[in-house]
Design a protein around this ligand. Structure first.
Ligand SMILES: [Zn+2]
Length: 95
């Protein structure tokens, strides 16, 4: 769940994300460590539906905000209950 706040930009006010709360436990989602600036924990669960064309598109999407603890302790055990899933961690690297 995104908690928005209004900020003043020049002569108008706009809403920006103030903080994100986990949709399972309600705690703030903190994708970055406060101790190690290089460590992160991202969870991205979205569903998009619509139509895409070469130069345009439209549709709707939903985003679920889950902290890394609930992802590991609640979501993964739940999704692994289904026999079809092969949801396992894989290694990644960049650069
Ligand atoms: Zn959580």
């Amino acid at each position: 769940m995104k908690i928005l706040k209004k900020i003043k930009v020049y002569s108008y006010t706009k809403e920006v994300v103030d903080k994100t709360l986990c949709d399972i436990c309600g705690e703030p989602v903190r994708p970055y460590s406060t101790e190690n600036p290089y460590e992160f924990n991202e969870t991205l669960i979205t569903h998009k539906h619509g139509e895409r064309y070469p130069d345009s598109g439209y549709g709707k999407e939903i985003e679920v905000d889950i902290c890394h603890i609930c992802f590991q302790n609640t979501f993964l055990p739940w999704i692994r209950k289904f026999n079809q899933t092969k949801a396992e961690y894989t290694k990644w690297s960049e650069g």
